[in-house]
Each structure stands twice: as C-alpha cells, then as structure tokens.
Design a protein around this ligand. Structure first.
Ligand SMILES: C[S@@+](CC[C@H](N)C(=O)[O-])C[C@H]1O[C@@H](n2cnc3c(N)ncnc32)[C@H](O)[C@@H]1O
Length: 411
C-alpha cells in the first residue's frame, strides 16, 4: 500500500531558482550515491559532450568508479540544447545539471514517528468533553492519531473499517477529516458490546455530528517555580524559559496558560472548554444485528424468518440488496438483471415433512410460481430445500434450482 505524502509548503525554500515563473532548483545529472552504478542501469551510462567539445562520462570524481546519469540517452538528446540544462565548470571538470521544478502543491513523506498527535490521556479528556465524565469507557484512542493514519493511507472518498469501535474514535476521525477538507469518506465501525455501542459510541457520534455543549474542562499544572530576585533582574531569560515550556506543551493541551501569583510562576495545560462546540456535519446509520441465519453446522437456524432469509439469499445471489422486504405470502422475492429469484421456505415446523411445509420445488409448485408483473424474465432461480422436478423440465422452463442452505452463494 502506498502512503500518501503530506502537504509541505516549506519545501519550497529548497527551490531558490525561478524558472518559467516557477520555483526550481538545479540537480546534477550524475546520480549520486554508491548504489547508482553503471551495472544497475547500463542504458544510463553514455557520453555527454561538454561546452569544450570533450566527452564526459558519469564517473565518480573522487573515487573513480563508473556510475550513471539520472536519465537515458533519449531524454538527454531531447533536452541537451534547452534551458533545462546547464554546465558548470568544477575542479573535476565540466558538470551537467538539469532544472527541477517544484510542484505547485509540494508534499513530503510523513515521518515514521508521530510526535504531533495526542496521547491516550488526551483521548480520555476529549471523550470526557463530549460525554461528561461518567461514560465509563477507559481505553479511547486519540482521534487525531487515527486521522493522521487515515490521511496517510487513503484518499478522500475511501471507506474506513474499524471492527473494534469502542468509543467511536475512528468514526469521529472520519467525520472530522471530511469537515476539514470536504472529503466524502465513509466509515463502518462495529462494536460487540450493546452498552458501549449505545451509551458511548452512538452518543459521541450524535454529539460530534450535531454539536454539543462541552461537558468537561480540566487543568494540569505542568510547571511551577518561585520567582527569585535573580529572575526579576533578568526577565527576558525568565520569559524565554516560559515560552519554551509553553511551546513544548502546546501539542498536548487545548490551551497552555502562564500566570504569576504571590511570587509563584505557574504554567498550566487546559483540556476541553465549557463552550458550545459546533457540529461537524455528516451523518451515520446505527444498525443492530439480527439473529444468526445459520447454526454452527451451516443449517438454517430455527428462529429464522422468511423475510430475513430472503434478504440474505437475494444479496448472496445477486450482490444487490433485496428491492423490498420479502412477504412470506409470495415465493418471488425479487428481480435482478433479467433473473427472477424465488425462495420456497417456511421456517421449520416440527413433524411436518419438508414437502408439506412447502420447502420443496415440486412439479406442482413450479406450475404455481408467481409471475413477475414486468413480464417473463430470462431465467428463474428457485431456492428450496429439495427438488422433485425433472432436469429436462427445469431446462425447458429456464429454471435453475438451488438447494438451501448448501447452494446459497458464500456458504
Ligand atoms: C480497545 S477498544 C477500542 C477503542 C477504540 N479504538 C476507541 O478509540 O475508543 C476495543 C473495543 O472493541 C470491542 N471488541 C472486541 N472484540 C470485538 C469483536 N470481536 N467484535 C466487535 N467488537 C469487539 C470491545 O468491546 C471494545 O469496545
């Protein structure tokens, strides 16, 4: 997976030349570095002619080994007489350079150590601010850390999956990123605990989408010292010491305050506010899982209803959601791509044979399959527990029988 580069306007400082109205810099055409050897790319070992008419080869000027140019002979041919190229006379002789124009939106790779994001302590304070201190969830992760990871690995309309939702930090990060850059990222996040899902994640996400009154503000004293006569004689040194601490702590807190009271200088870090916090916008759907359709042996679980099994069968067969919730009064559960999908299934009834329960495709059942109102489809796919219709008749009537549960796609 390729990591995204991060916007980095300060890189432009390294491009001091203006070339065709853009920032640029001159780069040597001889590749530097010990791994840029002639044998690595033989095509880039060729002769260039310097302004005195002599041949120049990409040989290391001090160590004398055979290196290579950063381009091949065809590119050289196309640029050698253009302003893109210049020659400079150095101690070692004429050296060719090519101009490199900076991107209009410069970026650079992210550092592999993230020191500009919150830590778990801040994550807890963030959650307290959104939900108050009684939410009971102890292990939230900082959503700005998750934001950074999402920005690095995906684009602005990706789908983010977090199967361990917890307090919903990942979903919060997605909503916040979309709010910042107008992206259209979506998320799916899954939580197995009803309590955490409804009382922590759901409440958090409602608050951050719609806005809320901040419920938590806490202050840590991060530095304290008694102001001495010596400090008063040298207030500049005292101030710069304070500024240093303030800068160091700024990324950890929402606000860093400095005060002097009763001869005591105090630097404190403040988490949260007691203001109204504007909503991030966006939205989400909160879904709960129904009963499992299949038991541990792969059989249809006894409690499964016709509409639930129909929804699953239709999706597994077509890859599309069922057009409308199925009605157990009709075995025709939906149409897709010129195919009609049928399900013969009555939730298992003890002591009733499968045939009597209507779970078998019999010649009679086939004759009575409901016809789609939009005209006859090219094919009918009938899911049932068994089939007593001859293969010839099935073929003649363009019917494919699929046995449940074994022939449901994905089983
Ligand atoms: C460490 S917490 C995740 C914290 C989350 N990243 C946050 O910032 O709030 C792990 C969460 O995953 C949930 N969990 C664990 N196993 C799970 C599973 N198999 N399916 C769904 N949720 C699961 C736990 O109930 C817990 O809430």
């Amino acid at each position: 997976m390729a990591l995204q580069q991060l916007p980095s306007p300060e890189i432009l400082k390294a491009y001091p030349v203006i070339f065709n109205g853009k920032r640029a810099r001159w780069r040597q055409l001889r590749k530097n570095g010990k791994s840029a050897r002639r044998e690595d790319r033989p095509n880039s070992w060729f002769e260039m002619i310097d302004p005195d008419g002599n041949g120049v080869w990409p040989i290391h000027p001090k160590e004398g080994w055979e290196g290579r140019w950063s381009i091949g002979p065809d590119t050289w041919k196309s640029i050698k007489h253009t302003p893109e190229v210049k020659w400079e006379k150095r101690k070692s002789g004429w050296t060719p350079y090519r101009i490199e124009v900076a991107s209009d939106t410069p970026t650079m790779p992210s550092s592999t150590i993230f020191d500009d994001v919150g830590q778990n302590r801040q994550a807890k304070a963030q959650l307290n601010q959104i939900l108050g201190t009684n939410h009971g969830f102890d292990t939230p992760k900082p959503f700005d850390l998750i934001e950074k990871i999402i920005s690095l690995v995906s684009d602005r309309d990706c789908l983010v999956l977090d199967s361990f939702c917890g307090s919903g930090s990942t979903a919060h990060a997605v909503l916040d990123l979309n709010n910042k850059d107008g992206g259209r990222r979506r998320f799916i996040t899954i939580e197995m605990s009803d309590d955490i899902a409804t009382n922590v994640a759901l409440k958090r996400l409602k608050n951050v989408v719609c806005g809320y009154r901040s419920q938590f503000k806490s202050t840590d004293i991060v530095y304290q010292k008694k102001v001495t006569l010596r400090d008063l004689q040298n207030p500049d040194a005292l101030m710069s010491e304070m500024e240093e601490i303030r800068d160091e702590k700024r990324s950890e807190y929402d606000e860093v305050k400095v005060s002097i009271e009763d001869g005591l200088l105090t630097v404190s870090g403040v988490f949260g506010t007691d203001d109204d916090i504007q909503g991030l916008g966006g939205g989400f759907r909160f879904c709960t899982l129904g009963e499992s359709l299949f038991d541990e042996f792969g059989d249809i679980a006894p409690a499964v209803s016709f509409p639930d099994l129909a929804a699953h069968v239709f999706f597994a067969e077509t890859g599309a959601p069922i057009p409308a919730r199925a009605d157990s009064g009709s075995s025709l559960i939906g149409l897709h791509d010129k195919k009609a999908i049928y399900l013969l299934f009555e939730p298992a009834v003890q002591n009733v044979s499968r045939k009597a329960a209507g779970n078998v495709l019999t010649p009679d059942a086939l004759s009575h399959l409901p016809k789609p109102s939009q005209g006859f489809p090219d094919q009918r796919i009938v899911f049932a527990e068994g089939c007593t219709v001859s293969p010839e008749r099935l073929k003649a009537e363009a019917v494919i029988f699929k046995q449940i549960p074994y022939q449901i796609e994905g089983m």
